[in-house]
Design a protein. Structure first.
Length: 458
């Protein structure tokens, strides 16, 4: 895939990527909020439609893998942008990298963790036993995904955040392998890491009886995360990918195959080659499918820029994407308390759609403004005017909310201004002049700060 020519600006958000975040976050909310038991089905003419909805919702948990792909895409953005700008050996300082990651992600996580513990203590009580202390410490150090007893204990989704932090640590090893041997070798190493962890887990179980989790481990998802990093390099024109890598029809087929394997895996006899091969392939296949989706949305975004339009549906989900990390952190907190305000006379699906999901979004929005947003703004005196403008623009979009007239007016004004003037503008001490870095780097600058707000999860 050749370098893509387009707009030059380092302040325009990649709204398609925000929309994917919003969709993934909402899918996770639906998965956890919907009771899919037979007792929750209405005993009337809506029985079969409700069953279809239950089946569809039961598959939405796979959006976690979309979060992993997006995470790899965003974290590798800084290195890829520097490489596209002509820097042969871009350097990412370990200390500053982790300082940014810690400041951006850990405080909201710690606040959410404290809220869950306080709510548990206030509602059902919390005995401070040795295990509870161990559990909390494992969560504070984000190592809880390494023990089956703590992976889902305090919050059923926090294990994915531990994976993210561990993949950030592995990023420097990934980068070393990629620079030295290329992406083919890197992906093989990532897949071998999955195999190695599966073997290690089995050996630990045989020797000690300790269950070392596999699906909740960072090694099991390293391949998926690395695909996102390839995606951002393709966007910058640093690597060439075949056309099928952005084909949504093929993505649907691959994701469906992985879901079918996952559904039938429990009936395949364990300790058989077909079971082991199927178990090995499920997560990577989901990763490949969502990799194609991300590639397609990046390409499609350029059409929106050229036409100065943003589809309403993308606008709505992109708004959710701005605070998707807060949605991800807090949705189970709301679901746990939803029994207090649902309508008993209504069906469960109606309560989910009209009460639980809206309440989750509102609570996450409040959490975002008070517990996440304060840690997003860099107070470094070296912050450039362009960075301040980007932060201001992002919050303005958030304040304007969903696909309002004001939202489109603001977005269209910025697109028009950047299209007319962006390619002739150079910001001192930030980016090289557009004319000096070539078309790939000029396009890359369009997405320079696409993760300024909603970076994690995901």
């Amino acid at each position: 895939m050749s370098a893509r020519s387009s707009v030059s600006s380092n302040n325009t958000r990649l709204r398609g990527l925000d929309a994917l975040r919003g969709m993934a976050a909402l899918a996770i909310v639906l998965y956890h909020a919907t009771d899919r038991s037979a007792q929750s089905l209405p005993q009337n003419l809506f029985y079969y439609p409700a069953r279809i909805i239950h089946f569809a919702v039961s598959q939405t948990y796979i959006s976690v893998f979309l979060f992993f792909v997006i995470s790899g895409f965003c974290i590798h953005l800084q290195w890829a942008r520097a490489r596209a700008a002509g820097e042969q050996k871009p350097k990412i300082p370990f200390g500053s990298f982790w300082k940014r990651r810690f400041r951006r992600l850990y405080p909201p996580y710690a606040i959410a963790l404290a809220l869950y513990l306080l709510l548990t203590a206030a509602t059902v009580g919390l005995d401070v036993t040795r295990f509870v202390v161990y559990d909390v410490v494992m969560h504070l150090f984000m190592l809880h995904n390494l023990d089956a007893h703590t992976s889902y204990s305090i919050n059923g989704i926090f294990w994915t955040l531990a994976i993210e932090e561990q993949l950030y640590l592995a990023y420097f090893l990934l980068l070393f392998i990629r620079v030295r041997w290329g992406w083919a070798t890197t992906l093989i190493v990532c897949l071998m890491a999955r195999v190695g962890w599966m073997v290690l887990s089995h050996l630990v179980w045989l020797k000690t009886g300790f269950g070392l989790p596999v699906p909740e481990s960072a090694a099991a998802h390293w391949f998926t995360w690395a695909l996102g990093a390839i995606g951002v390099e393709a966007m910058f024109g640093l690597v060439k990918l075949p056309r099928w890598s952005r084909d949504l029809r093929l993505a649907t087929v691959v994701i469906t195959i992985a879901s079918v394997i996952s559904a039938y895996l429990p009936v395949i006899p364990k300790d058989t080659p077909i079971h082991d091969i199927s178990w090995f392939l499920i997560h990577p296949l989901w990763g490949v499918g969502f990799f194609m989706v991300v590639n397609r949305i990046v390409v499609t975004e350029q059409g929106w820029v050229r036409e100065l339009r943003l589809p309403s549906l993308i606008s709505i989900f992109a708004t959710l994407g701005i605070f998707s990390y807060s949605i991800y952190l807090t949705h189970e907190l709301v679901i746990m308390q939803s029994w207090r305000w649902i309508y008993p006379s209504q069906t469960q699906l109606v309560n989910v759609a009209l009460v639980i999901v809206p309440a989750t979004i509102v609570f996450a929005w409040v959490f975002f403004w008070f517990c996440e947003r304060p840690f997003m703004v860099r107070r470094d005196v070296t912050t450039t005017a362009a960075e301040k403008e980007q932060i201001s623009f992002t919050f303005k979009l958030g304040k304007e909310g969903f696909a309002s007239r004001a939202f489109f007016t603001t977005l269209r004004t910025r697109f028009d201004r950047r299209l007319r003037h962006g390619s002739h503008t150079s910001e001192p001490n930030t980016e090289p002049a557009a004319s000096s870095v070539g078309p790939a780097a000029r396009l890359a600058n369009t997405y320079a700060d696409s993760i300024a707000v909603a970076d994690s999860q995901n």
